[in-house]
Design a protein around this ligand. Sequence first.
Ligand code: CAA
Length: 295
Amino acid sequence: PQYQPAQRHVLVDDVDRVKVITLRRPEALNALHDEMTDEILAVIRRHEADPRVAGFVIVGYGTKAFCAGADIGRFPSLLGDADAAAQYARDCSRLLVHLDRSPKPVVAALNGMGLGGGLELAMRCHAIVADRRAVMQLPEVGLGIVPGIGAMVVPYRRWPRAAAVLHGMLTRGERLRAGQAQELGIVDELADGWQDLVTRAVARVHALAGAVRPIPDGPVAVPPFEPAPAAEAGVRSAAIVALIEQAVREAAAATTLGDALEIGYRAFGAAACTPAAREGIAAFLAKRSPDFVAT
Ligand code: CAA
């Protein structure tokens, strides 16, 4: 008999020839860790060559969050080691890189907050259907780190006209509502509630069959970043903002997607060695606001 890994952090349902994968870690707002990533990958690998399966939908359990990003509990062990942190980002990316080459459509159904690595996952799916109340955010800058698994790279290539908004999300942690994301082309379709969301996402898988477009290689033009207002000193780390801006610029100039992603992994490694990361992650785990004044 074929080995089937135990599915503990995802649920898999069959809806109209589509595998609906539900991220299920409600105690951590469906945050991604290694086991969950491996389970999602195992489901996709198991079914992607099966002609009876049209594609996949990824959705979050509950109504609050699609996915709150990478599991921050893992981060303290990465602090101060650039190579280990860069490797961690590369490892986190294995699912996302697999999606880049997926022969079958994978649609993100954003049922609630899509944060950090969770948003990076949604942005690597071939389409995003979002509940009207869903919100997207890249909170990494507020943790003293950078979104190292694609957000500094991929959205600029997929949605170049959203570049100025992406700058604000990356360097200031600005939120993007589903409706605004649809206007920018990031969200393909809006839905009302969980049932409608999954129904539309499944229909979108069928509509995409045979029409999955690869992420453009590049290079790509990005507009300049606005300087941060002086009043915001201490809210974010200038060193981290500078790392993000530099990584975005360098990744935009890269001619292959692989090279551009590598720039993101290394920037994550560099960020993990800053005083800002130590402060931001300690603050999150202690449930207090960070103070980046000394960073
Ligand atoms: N990792 C681990 N645990 C997380 C988590 C995460 N990303 N997000 C939420 N949780 C946990 C919380 O610690 C909390 O656990 P306890 O009940 O044990 O304390 C539980 O989920 C519920 O969360 P909150 O009590 O914080 O819920 P809230 O409604 O008050 O706040 C929130 C919701 C604003 C989303 C807040 O949870 C939050 O800020 N989460 C972190 C989001 C974030 O920064 N994501 C980016 C991670 S970095 C990343 O993703 C980088 C990468 O890919 C490499």
